[in-house]
Design a protein around this ligand. Structure first.
Ligand code: GMT
Length: 374
C-alpha cells in the first residue's frame, strides 16, 4: 500500500509511535510518506520505501498565527495526488484529523478518493481535545474519519464518555521494537552513576504537569532513605527547571541527575533497576513499555490505560495517583536483591506481548478493511 502518515515530529509518544509504525511498514514493503513540519526524531534510518514531505508554512505580516492546518491539508493533497496514496493515517486528532478531512474533500472534488484513518493517542482526547475551543472540531473530524483507532481500551471508552462520537473505535495497542529496545551491556555507565552499588531509578517524560514530576521526586526521596539509590531524569519540558531547583532545596542534588532529551534512551534503560511513571493520566504509557523491554520493572499510577500494561505485583506495582507513600514502599519491595531478578524477567516477558511483529499485522488488517469499505 501507499500510506501517508501525518504526525508530530517531536519526542512525544504519538510521534514516536507514528514514526516507528511507518518504519515497520516500510520494512515489510509498503510505501510510506511522512507529512510533518520537520523531520521526525525517530526517522533515523534509510529505506527505499520511506519518504519525508515537509509542510511549508509561509508567513505573512497579517498572520499572528500562521495557518498550519491549511498548509498541512495542502501538503496532504499534493502528496496524495503525486504519490497516489491509498490512505492517510493521521496520529493525534488535533489538528491532523480535521486537516485530513479537508484534504479528503479537496481530493474527492478532483475524483480522487483517499480514506482517512485517525489514531487517538491520549491528550488529544483526555486533556486538550476536551477543551471547548477544540471539542466540536475533534468530534466532527473523528466521526468523519473512515477508520478510528485508539491505543488502549481506556482511551476508547474515554472518547465515548466525553465526545459525541458515533464511529466504531478499534483498539490497537502501542508496540515495541525489541531489536532496538533490549538490555545492552553498559556496566561502565552504571558504575559511573552508581559507584557504590546503588540502585538506579529512571523517569523519562516531557516534564508536563500531567506527568506529576513532583511525585517522582517525592517517591525517590522516600525510597533513598530505605534503599541506597540514584535517580536519572530524562527528557525536557515546562516543569524541568522547577524540579531541578526543588531537588537542590531537598538536599539531594548529588543523587538526582538530569540528562535532557536523549535519542538512545535504551542505553539508559539498560542500566536501570526501576522505572517511575506516577502520571495523572496516561492513555497507554509508551515510555513504560520501553522500560519493560529493557527488563526494568515499573512503579506507576493506576491512571488511564496503565492497568492494561503494568501487571500488579508481576511487572511492578500501581497505586492511586499521588499516593507517593505506597509507591515508595513498593519501590523498595521490588528493589530487594532477592526479588528484583524475577521482576526484571517478568518485565521482558510482558514487553514481548507488545512486539512490533505482533501489532503491525493489526494495522495492516485495519488498513485493508478501511480501504475496501471506503
Ligand atoms: O505523553 C505525552 O504527553 C505525549 C503524548 C502524545 O500524544 O504525544 O503521549 C500520549 O500518546 C502516547 C503514544 O500513544 C501514549 O503512550 C501516552 O500514554 C499518551 N500520553 C498521555 O496520555 C498523557
Amino acid at each position: 500500500m501507499k500510506i501517508g502518515i501525518v504526525c508530530y515530529p517531536t519526542f512525544g509518544g504519538s510521534g514516536v509511535v507514528a514514526t516507528e509504525l511507518g518504519k515497520a511498514l516500510a520494512k515489510v514493503g509498503h510505501e510510506v510518506h511522512f507529512i510533518t513540519y520537520s523531520q521526525p526524531q525517530r526517522l533515523d534510518f534509510f529505506n527505499e520505501n520511506l519518504f519525508y514531505h515537509e509542510v511549508n508554512i509561509p508567513t505573512y505580516p497579517l498572520f499572528q498565527y500562521p495557518p498550519y492546518e491549511s498548509a498541512l491539508s495542502s501538503e496532504m493533497v499534493h502528496v496524495a495526488q503525486y504519490a497516489g496514496l491509498d490512505l492517510l493515517h493521521v496520529h493525534y486528532a488535533i489538528p491532523h484529523a480535521s486537516s485530513a478531512y479537508l484534504a479528503k474533500q479537496i481530493l474527492a472534488s478532483q475524483g480522487i478518493h483517499v480514506p482517512v484513518i485517525t489514531t487517538l493517542h491520549g491528550t488529544d482526547i483526555t486533556l486538550v481535545g476536551k477543551d471547548s475551543s477544540y471539542a466540536p472540531v475533534v468530534t466532527f473530524s473523528i466521526n468523519q474519519s473512515d477508520g478510528v483507532t485508539a491505543v488502549s481500551e481506556f482511551l476508547k471508552q474515554d472518547t465515548y464518555r466525553h465526545f459525541e462520537v458515533v464511529s466504531d473505535i478499534t483498539v490497537i495497542p502501542n508496540f515495541i521494537d525489541l531489536e532496538r529496545f533490549k538490555k545492552q551491556k553498559k556496566e561502565h555507565f552504571k558504575l559511573a552513576i552508581c559507584p557504590n552499588g546503588e540502585k538506579l531509578v529512571v523517569h523519562t517524560s516531557n516534564f508536563r504537569k500531567v506527568k506529576r514530576i513532583d511525585d517522582v521526586i517525592d517517591v525517590f526521596y522516600k525510597l533513598r532513605s530505605q534503599v541506597p539509590s540514584k535517580l536519572l531524569l530524562v527528557g525536557d519540558g515546562p516543569d524541568r527547571a522547577r524540579i531541578e531547583k526543588r531537588a537542590r532545596e531537598m538536599g539531594i542534588p548529588e543523587d538526582v541527575r538530569f540528562l535532557g532529551k536523549l535519542d538512545a534512551i535504551e542505553e539508559v534503560l539498560s542500566v536501570a533497576d526501576l522505572f517511575l511513571m506516577p502520571s495523572e493520566s496516561e492513555s497507554f504509557g509508551l515510555a513504560a513499555l520501553e522500560a519493560l523491554a529493557c527488563e526494568v520493572p515499573l512503579i506507576t499510577s493506576n491512571a488511564g490505560g496503565l492497568p492494561e500494561l503494568n501487571v500488579q505485583g508481576v511487572t511492578g506495582f500501581m497505586s492511586n495517583v499521588g499516593d507517593v507513600e505506597e509507591m515508595a514502599k513498593n519501590a523498595a519491595y521490588i528493589l530487594d536483591d532477592e526479588r528484583l531478578p524475577l521482576f526484571k524477567a517478568n518485565a521482558l516477558k510482558r514487553a514481548k506481548e507488545f512486539e512490533v511483529s505482533s501489532i503491525l499485522p493489526l494495522y495492516e488488517q485495519f488498513y485493508t478493511k478501511v480501504v475496501e469499505n471506503a
